[in-house]
Design a protein around this ligand. Structure first.
Ligand SMILES: NC(=O)c1ccc[n+]([C@@H]2O[C@H](COP(=O)([O-])OP(=O)(O)OC[C@H]3O[C@@H](n4cnc5c(N)ncnc54)[C@H](O)[C@@H]3O)[C@@H](O)[C@H]2O)c1
Ligand SMILES: [Zn+2]
Ligand SMILES: [Zn+2]
Length: 368
C-alpha cells in the first residue's frame, strides 16, 4: 500500500514523501499510526551518530495506533486493537527466552539496521528498500511491526492514547531503570541525573516505589521545578553547585541508595557512582558513542560494594511492563501526558528543533 513517511536519505535529511509498504508477514501486524513520539535516539540516528544505522531509513520508534491487518501466526492481537509500539527483539535467543528482550542478542541489528528479524525490509520507494528504525519506522501513517513489539493498550481512548507514545521507549526507559533494575525498597533514596523525558519518568516511578528522598539533578531551573511536581523531594541545579556528588551525600546522610544517569552526558556516570552510599547501585542508560570515564576500582567500586549497571529500554519486558505503566497512568500516578506537546506530522522539522533546544520535553507527531 502507499504510505506517507518522513524519509531520511542521507545524514541530517528528513522529508515527507510517498513510499510503498508491504503487507504483514506471518508474525507481523499492519498498524495505522495515530501518533508518534520524537526521541533523542531518532535525532542521534538521523545525525549519523549510531554506527549501525544505514540510510535510507524511516525513523520513529514511539508509535501508537490501531491494528488494521494481522499476520497468520499472530494470536495476541486482532484488527481494531489499540497498540503501543516498542523496541523489537528476536524472540529466539536465550535472553528473549528468559524474558529479557531488552538484552536480545540481536539488539543492534533489530534496533538500528532498519531490517526485520528475517533480514528483509518492508518499505520501498522507486524500487529501493528503506529501513524501518526499531522495526517500526513510525514517522509514517502506516507501519508493519512484529507482534512482539506491539503491545495492546486497553481502556484508554484514542484521544488519550496519543499522550502515551513514550511508553514505547523514553518513559519505559526511565520508569524501568527504577522499577525493573533498582527495585528500591520503600524509604530508599534515589537520584536522577537529567530531568528530561526519561528522567521525569524515573522520578514518577521512584515515587510509585515509595522512595523517601528523590533528588533531581539538571541544569535547567524550569525542569527542576517541574520535577518537584512529579515527586522530586530535592533538586540540584548543577550549574550552581560545584560538587554535586558531595551535595547529594549531604542530603542523604552519607550517600544515596540508588542513582540513575539519563542526561546523555557521559561524565555524569562518574557522579552517579560518587554520590552513592556503600552497597549503592548506579544505573547508566543514556550514553551514545564511545564515551569513557575513569574509575578507580578498589576505593570507588569494590571496597564500598557498589554496583555499576548499564541498561537499555529500562530492562523492560514490554508485553508485561507497558500494561503496568498504563495502569499507573490511569490511576494518575504516571502523568507522562504533562510532558507532551503535539505537532501535525508535516511539522516534524519543528518538532525535532523543539526537542533539540529543550523547549519541549516530549514532542508528539499527530497523523490524520
Ligand atoms: N538507553 C535507552 O534505552 C534510552 C532510551 C531512550 C532515551 N535514551 C537516551 O537518554 C537520554 C535522555 O533522554 P531524554 O529524552 O530524557 O532527553 P532530554 O534532553 O529530555 O533530557 C536530558 C536532560 O539532561 C539535562 N542535562 C544536560 N546536561 C546536564 C548536566 N551537565 N547536568 C545535569 N543535567 C544535565 C538536560 O537539561 C535535560 O533536561 C538521551 O541521551 C537519550 O538518547 C536512552
Ligand atoms: Zn533475542
Ligand atoms: Zn527512544
Amino acid at each position: 500500500m502507499e504510505i506517507k513517511a518522513a524519509v531520511t536519505k542521507e545524514k541530517g535529511a528528513l522529508s515527507i514523501e510517498k513510499a510503498e509498504l508491504s503487507g504483514p508477514k506471518a508474525t507481523e501486524v499492519l498498524v495505522k499510526i495515530i501518533a508518534s513520539g520524537v526521541c533523542h535516539t531518532d535525532a542521534a540516528g538521523i545525525q549519523g551518530f549510531i554506527p549501525w544505522v544505514k540510510f535510507p531509513m524511516v525513523f520513529g520508534h514511539e508509535g501508537v495506533g490501531i491494528v488494521k491487518e494481522v499476520g497468520s501466526a499472530v494470536d495476541s492481537l486482532k484488527i481494531g486493537d489499540r497498540v503501543g509500539l516498542t523496541f523489537p527483539s528476536c524472540g529466539a535467543c536465550s535472553y528473549c527466552l528468559n524474558e529479557a528482550p531488552y538484552a536480545c542478542d540481536h539488539v543492534n541489528e533489530l534496533f538500528f539496521s532498519g531490517a526485520y528479524k528475517d533480514g528483509t525490509f518492508r518499505i520501498r520507494q522507486n524500487g529501493r528498500e528503506l529501513g524501518s528504525f526499531f522495526g517500526q519506522g513510525a514517522f509514517a501513517d502506516y507501519v508493519v511491526v512484529d507482534a512482539r513489539n506491539a503491545v495492546k493498550i486497553d481502556g484508554v481512548t484514542d484521544e488519550k492514547v496519543k499522550y502515551l507514545c513514550s511508553l514505547g521507549c523514553g518513559a519505559q526507559t526511565g520508569a524501568g531503570a527504577v522499577l525493573n533494575r533498582c527495585k528500591p525498597e520503600p524509604a530508599s533514596t534515589l537520584v536522577v541525573f537529567g530531568a528530561g523525558g526519561v528522567g521525569m519518568a524515573a522520578i514518577m516511578a521512584a515515587k510509585i516505589a515509595g522512595c523517601v528522598k528523590i533528588i533531581a539533578v539538571d541544569i535547567v531551573a524550569e525542569r527542576l521545578e517541574l520535577a518537584k511536581e512529579f515527586g522530586a523531594t530535592d533538586i540540584i541545579n548543577a550549574k550552581e553547585i560545584p560538587d554535586v556528588a558531595a551535595k547529594i551525600k549531604d542530603l542523604t546522610d552519607g550517600g544515596a541508595h540508588y542513582s540513575i544517569e539519563v542526561s546523555g552526558v557521559p561524565e555524569l556516570s562518574l557522579q552517579a557512582i560518587q554520590c552513592l552510599r556503600r552497597l549503592g547501585t548506579a544505573v547508566v542508560s543514556s550514553v551514545t558513542g564511545p564515551a569513557e570515564i575513569s574509575v578507580v576500582i578498589e576505593p570507588m567500586i569494590m571496597n564500598p560494594s557498589i554496583t555499576f549497571a548499564g541498561l537499555v529500554e529500562g530492562g523492560s519486558n514490554p508485553q508485561a511492563f507497558i500494561p503496568r505503566l498504563v495502569e499507573y497512568y490511569k490511576a494518575g500516578q504516571f502523568p507522562i501526558d504533562r510532558l507532551v506537546e503535539f505537532y501535525p506530522f508535516e511539522d516534524i522539522g519543528k518538532a525535532f528543533e523543539d526537542s533539540h533546544s529543550g523547549k519541549v520535553i516530549k514532542p508528539i507527531l499527530l497523523f490524520d
